[in-house]
Design a protein around this ligand. Structure first.
Ligand code: B12
Ligand code: SF4
Length: 508
């Protein structure tokens, strides 16, 4: 085998409940995109992802897979800080077993952002790519196949170690090197049937939210609808399921009316019946688009609503007219509900969050709960490589917030935020769980998750069995409608009490 890419599994999760259930898994389509591209160039490549093994078995499974394949070059994919401690351990353990095989790595949203530090921290690593890597890989492998000592000088987008062990910077760095998409060849991803199906529908994002590290220099690139339909057709066959649930992956889903109409007509012409889900912004979707999404087979839309508090929405730069924004959101939710779509809203607790602002978000959700099916709430985190950390310092100070800096987070190069006088990062995490419990039941949570987050064909019975092993407090949902209403009352009461208490405090 020429090349094997290992998708490095999570060392810890973002939300405490992210991996409560072993049904959850995520396909690393970035790694698969590289493999698909290289395979097209005649370079034999495989992706191995040990997510489905127990924690203790993951690394041994990786080593034994590499021994089976004996690749000429080993690649490690690390797209988030939550995988980084594993990444460091994988580098040294792989080196121990394969003393002479070059180990290369990438993950533009995490290790690519801190490439120099990564080379310092991982002495066994030959290089880190800083951005997208389909094209750059060809050149890297071409040189390494000639000889592992071959100079990597002049290749753009890579930080590498030269023959003397000195770290070399790339002469040129550009974020978006890809200007057309390689269709994903699922058969290069071992056991892909255990992962939810994904199709990458676009790259980059035309917006530039302050807190997001999505590379602002990359032009927004959409996949052609005909290519999406062809990939979906192959997925239906590969998964042996005409209704295969597919995650339409993108930093921002933004199909136009014409594109949605094309998808509808292509699906009809080809007799395709796959279902899909996508993540959208309130200000780029319209009611008309939402209805067409439903007609094109969408079943779930994740809305990055972020907050129901006007002040918070303005502070995070989401909108300058929050009333309009929230009214627009409701128009979209209604259109989605009328098309029988599941609506999940994502809430981001932000700098300056107070009992007052939480009460506003609570009240927005409560008033509209008949058209909202699921919710995920989490505090903002600072990721490395951008200027967000510097930019928010004074605002954080104003609100009595601070950065959480300790060895756990330092090891991951991630920085959570205590957002205000009132709340620590941990408080926000716990309140996120309480919001989940107040507005979703076990059934509604499952209906939303099974569509693109859990392994294909999972049943409610399997899910319930797993739930029965988990303590009630850790669950991000209530077990029944009645429990949900109780939890909602309790949260409402807590918010009311604390707001009054806060007001009395201020006036005394
Ligand atoms: C789509 C997406 C996902 C998808 C798929 C990602 C994927 N790689 O397939 C899924 C749902 C699986 C996912 C999961 C998670 N994600 Co995510 N995700 C995104 C999102 C929205 C877009 C990323 C994207 O466009 N990728 C396009 C692909 C092509 O790029 P890529 O995967 O990085 O791969 C390219 C390069 O990195 C490189 N490369 C990749 N692997 C390798 C290997 C080698 C050897 C080499 C040389 C190069 C190389 O080449 C690839 C092809 O060009 C971004 C946010 C954003 N707005 O951009 C967040 C983001 C990347 N995710 C993030 C997080 C935190 C997570 C999760 C922890 C969430 C969770 N609650 O579980 C998990 C972590 C998974 C993990 N194993 O670490 C953070 C990462 C921040 C950080 N620095 O840690 C981001 C930035 C969002 C955010 N702000 O919170 N995510
Ligand atoms: S719209 Fe989403 S992907 Fe785009 S910059 Fe904002 S947070 Fe990032």
């Amino acid at each position: 085998m020429d090349f094997v890419i290992i998708s490095v599994p999570l060392s810890s999760t973002k939300k405490k409940h992210d991996r409560l259930f072993s049904l959850a898994s995520q396909l690393n389509f970035g790694a698969l995109s590289i493999a698909s591209h290289l395979e097209g160039k005649g370079i034999q490549t495989k992706v191995f992802d040990p997510q489905h093994y127990s924690k203790a078995e993951q690394l041994p499974a990786v080593i034994s897979k590499l021994k089976e394949y004996q690749p000429k070059v080993i690649g490690l994919s690390c797209i988030s800080g939550f995988s980084y401690p594993n990444f460091k351990q994988y580098c040294s353990e792989i080196r121990r077993h394969f003393p002479n095989t070059p180990i290369i790595s990438g993950g533009k949203d995490h290790i690519g952002r801190i490439a120099e530090t990564v080379l310092e921290e991982c002495p066994d690593l030959l290089l880190v790519t800083t951005g997208e890597s389909e094209l750059v890989h060809e050149e890297i492998l071409f040189r390494l196949f000639k000889s592992p000592q071959e100079s990597l000088k002049g290749i753009p987008n890579i930080y590498y170690r030269d023959a003397n062990g000195k770290t070399c910077k790339p002469a040129i760095c550009h974020a978006g090197e890809v200007n057309s998409f390689t269709s994903l060849n699922y058969h290069l991803y071992e056991n892909f049937q255990n992962f939810p199906a994904s199709i990458e529908v676009s790259r980059g994002c035309p917006f530039s939210c302050d807190f997001c590290i999505n590379d602002k220099t990359r032009p927004f690139l959409k996949k052609r609808i005909s290519q999406i339909a062809n990939e979906a057709e192959l997925l239906q066959i590969a998964y042996e399921d005409p209704e295969v649930f597919t995650y339409f992956q993108a930093p921002l889903f933004n199909m136009s009316i014409e594109e949605l109409l094309e998808l509808i007509s292509l699906k009809k012409a080809k007799g395709l019946t796959f279902k899909w889900r996508a993540q959208g912004r309130v200000d780029t979707l319209t009611a008309e688009k939402v209805v067409l999404m439903g007609k094109a087979g969408a079943k779930v839309i994740d809305f990055g609503l972020e907050s129901g508090s006007p002040n918070i929405l303005m502070r995070m730069g989401k909108t300058s007219s929050p009333t309009e924004y929230l009214t627009k959101a409701l128009t979209l939710f209604r259109a989605a509900a009328e098309s029988n779509l599941i609506i999940k809203i994502n809430i981001m607790f932000y700098i300056g969050e107070s009992w007052e602002t939480l009460a506003e978000t609570f009240s927005f959700i409560e008033t509209n709960i008949s058209i909202i099916n699921a919710i995920s709430a989490y505090p903002v985190l600072v990721y490395p490589g951008g200027d967000f950390k510097e930019a928010i310092k004074s605002e954080l100070n104003t609100h009595g917030g601070s950065f959480v800096e300790n060895s756990f987070w330092g090891d991951r190069h991630l920085t959570p935020i205590n957002p205000s006088f009132e709340f620590s990062y941990e408080d926000m995490q716990s309140l996120g769980v309480l919001f989940g419990k107040a507005f979703q039941t076990q059934r509604s949570f499952f209906n939303e998750r099974k569509a693109g987050y859990y392994r294909p064909r999972v049943t409610y019975e399997e899910f319930s069995k797993q739930v029965s092993f988990v303590s009630r407090d850790s669950l991000p949902f209530s077990k029944s409608e009645n429990e949900m209403l109780d939890n909602r009352n309790q949260l409402r009461h807590l918010l009311k009490l604390q707001r009054h208490w806060g007001k009395n405090e201020n006036s005394s």
